[in-house]
Design a protein around this ligand. Structure first.
Ligand code: HEC
Ligand code: HEC
Ligand code: HEC
Ligand code: HEC
Ligand code: HEC
Ligand code: HEC
Ligand code: HEC
Length: 405
């Protein structure tokens, strides 16, 4: 493991949607006199290391097999994974259930009126208004990002072939449109500015890097051949070699060491394991570099988790996969998370081993012996997202306290 590499000046300018970035800013790191046993890194540092890392550029599209091929041998995992929000997080706008089930959505603010109208074939996005009389512009939506667990946002193109982000987003808690987070303008200069934000091509590569699979091939953005959503090979790396080796082994009636042909992130040390999910969810350093503050950081589980006292210097009992199976949609029953807590905090009054049925709260507090996360991982409201995220900074919550940065 190489140590932490730091750059004197670094500019990060990712979209607000990127969990890792709130604003572009300059950074001067350079302390770390005694690096910890496992070093937390930024995603760009991980991408600079040899070997597979999520969101990386890959040499050839031919190296990807696609989930349908994985299904031949990993049927159960494929069947459950494809139902997750992660797997379905990007789609062509004409396939969006949200748009079809809300055929007409409106939002008005100041001088401007926003509408998304969906017919059998497509959705058109129209903005009307402006100070110099009433102007109208329309565009056909091309891409929908976010399955709508929290929100769904839209991209479209104009005659110039470039990407534009709609200034309004669908929020599930509102069942309607509102401003895209951090994109509200008090007084747009014209109807065009009110309607959209041009998205630079470097940023488009990043959006698709986190929301699709195999979208950047040989350094080129490949919109036509990309795989929708966070699919198997977004986390396991290109799989064609593995498929060929396993098929050959099956034919020959032998066994092949699968570790040599496919990435299994479970083998990473705990800090790298969290950084791995952080490639899209934002690592501790990604959030620090972006200057993220306040409740918006609750969108980055890796950052918040590593701010917990529980995390210490890293422990396999507290990585993302200690609580989440990435092949299954996030579980909402709090009891299912108790096992993870009890692996380190055995309930008092019982032997110091993990138990799913504690007789007493760890501190002896009468409060609770189960559903630990309901008190220690509070939901925090992000007004920009109109949503309550789960704060992964595990802690004793004091009534009325401010959100701990
Ligand atoms: C660094 C990776 C990354 C980039 C870049 C990125 N996203 Fe995301 N996006 C995520 C992750 C991770 C989530 C899930 C956050 C959550 O809900 O916990 C997400 C969620 C969303 C959501 C649903 C709202 C939510 O918080 O769940 C929308 C909409 C979205 N992204 C749109 C975009 C658009 C549009 C772009 C580019 C302009 C973009 N994203 C760029 C990683 C990224
Ligand atoms: C290639 C990018 C990417 C990677 C790598 C990634 N995620 Fe995600 N994840 C997303 C995006 C995008 C969403 C938002 C899905 C939505 O709501 O539209 C998401 C949503 C989630 C959710 C909530 C919804 C669901 O599907 O259950 C969980 C939990 C989650 N991710 C856990 C993980 C874990 C654990 C890892 C590491 C093993 C991981 N993610 C790695 C991009 C990624
Ligand atoms: C968001 C990241 C992510 C995605 C997407 C993903 N995996 Fe995984 N996968 C993991 C992680 C992390 C592990 C190790 C932890 C575990 O076993 O769950 C893993 C483990 C595995 C294993 C070995 C587990 C075992 O039981 O020995 C297989 C096989 C596998 N994944 C197949 C798939 C297939 C097939 C798909 C697509 C349908 C897929 N994965 C999609 C992250 C992912
Ligand atoms: C021809 C059958 C076959 C196909 C197709 C296949 N696998 Fe596997 N895979 C296996 C076998 C056999 C193993 C080893 C035993 C096991 O873990 O199930 C394995 C193991 C794995 C592991 C665990 C690796 C380890 O050593 O820990 C992962 C991850 C994985 N496969 C992912 C995938 C993904 C992703 C795809 C699609 C790109 C895929 N597999 C396609 C047969 C296959
Ligand atoms: C890897 C082991 C590990 C896991 C898993 C773990 N913790 Fe901890 N936790 C610790 C350690 C170590 C401390 C710090 C103890 C200290 O500083 O005295 C701690 C501290 C705490 C504290 C006190 C924090 C404070 O602000 O003073 C609470 C509350 C807590 N843990 C609850 C939980 C809950 C709930 C879970 C499951 C969601 C959990 N822990 C999972 C190791 C763990
Ligand atoms: C100690 C258990 C625990 C660990 C470790 C953990 N999570 Fe979670 N996570 C939860 C709980 C509990 C929820 C809330 C589930 C619910 O009620 O919807 C959650 C929800 C989420 C969500 C959905 C959005 C939200 O904020 O509600 C995402 C995304 C997510 N976790 C990602 C991660 C990632 C990435 C990691 C690794 C850095 C991680 N989690 C580690 C317990 C955990
Ligand atoms: C109903 C809310 C509630 C539930 C449920 C709950 N706790 Fe607590 N927990 C508290 C409060 C309040 C404190 C602080 C007061 C105290 O120390 O007695 C606390 C303190 C702690 C501490 C710190 C102890 C110390 O001595 O510093 C740990 C560790 C902890 N809880 C773990 C857990 C675990 C593990 C579970 C699930 C088995 C759990 N808690 C369930 C409310 C709760």
């Amino acid at each position: 493991m190489s140590g932490v590499r730091t750059e004197l000046f670094r500019i990060i300018s990712i979209s607000i949607w990127s969990v890792a970035a709130v604003a572009g800013m300059f950074l001067v790191p350079g302390f770390l006199a005694c690096p910890p046993a496992f070093a937390q890194l930024s995603t760009s540092d991980h991408l600079g290391e040899p070997g597979f890392w999520p969101t990386q550029n890959v040499a050839s599209r031919d190296q990807f097999a696609g989930a349908a091929v994985c299904a031949n041998c990993h049927a159960a995992k494929t069947a459950s994974q494809k139902l997750t929000s992660m797997a379905r997080t990007s789609l062509h706008a004409d396939g969006s259930e949200i748009l079809h089930s809300h055929p007409k959505m409106n939002f008005a603010v100041g001088d401007y009126h926003y509408e998304i109208k969906t017919g059998a074939k497509e959705s058109s996005y129209t903005v009307t208004g402006g100070t110099e009389g009433s102007n109208t512009i329309s565009a056909t939506l091309l891409w929908a990002f976010g399955i709508g667990r929290v929100a769904q946002s839209y991209l479209f193109k104009k005659g110039d072939g470039n990407f534009y982000e709609s200034r309004v987003t669908y929020f599930t808690t509102l069942q309607n449109l509102n401003f895209t987070p951090a994109r509200a303008l008090a007084s747009p200069k014209d109807v065009a500015e009110a309607m959209y934000r041009p998205v630079p091509s470097t940023e488009i590569v990043r959006c698709f890097g986190c929301h699709t699979t195999a979208s950047t091939i040989g350094g080129q953005f490949d919109e036509k051949n990309l795989i929708l959503g966070v699919s198997c090979e977004a986390c396991h790396g290109p799989g064609v070699k593995h498929v060929a080796a396993m098929q050959a082994a099956a034919l020959a009636g032998t066994t092949e060491n699968s570790a040599e042909t496919i990435v299994n992130p479970a083998r990473l040390n705990p800090v790298d394991m969290v950084d791995f999910c952080g490639a899209c969810h934002g690592t501790w350093w990604d959030v620090k570099f972006s200057g993220g503050k306040g409740v918006t950081t609750a969108r980055s589980a890796p950052f918040r988790l590593e701010e917990s006292k529980c995390w210490g210097k890293g422990d396999t009992r507290l990585t993302c996969i200690a609580c989440h199976d990435p092949h299954v949609e996030v579980r909402t029953d709090p009891t299912s998370y108790d096992r993870a807590c009890l692996s380190c905090h055995p309930a008092s009054g019982t032997a110091k081993t993990a138990s799913t049925e504690p007789s007493m709260h760890p501190s002896g507090h009468p409060a609770g012996t189960k559903d630990c996360v309901t008190c220690h991982m509070p939901k925090v409201y992000d007004p920009d997202m109109h949503y309550k995220f789960t704060d992964h900074r595990i802690r004793i919550v004091h009534e009325g306290e401010a959100y701990p940065d």
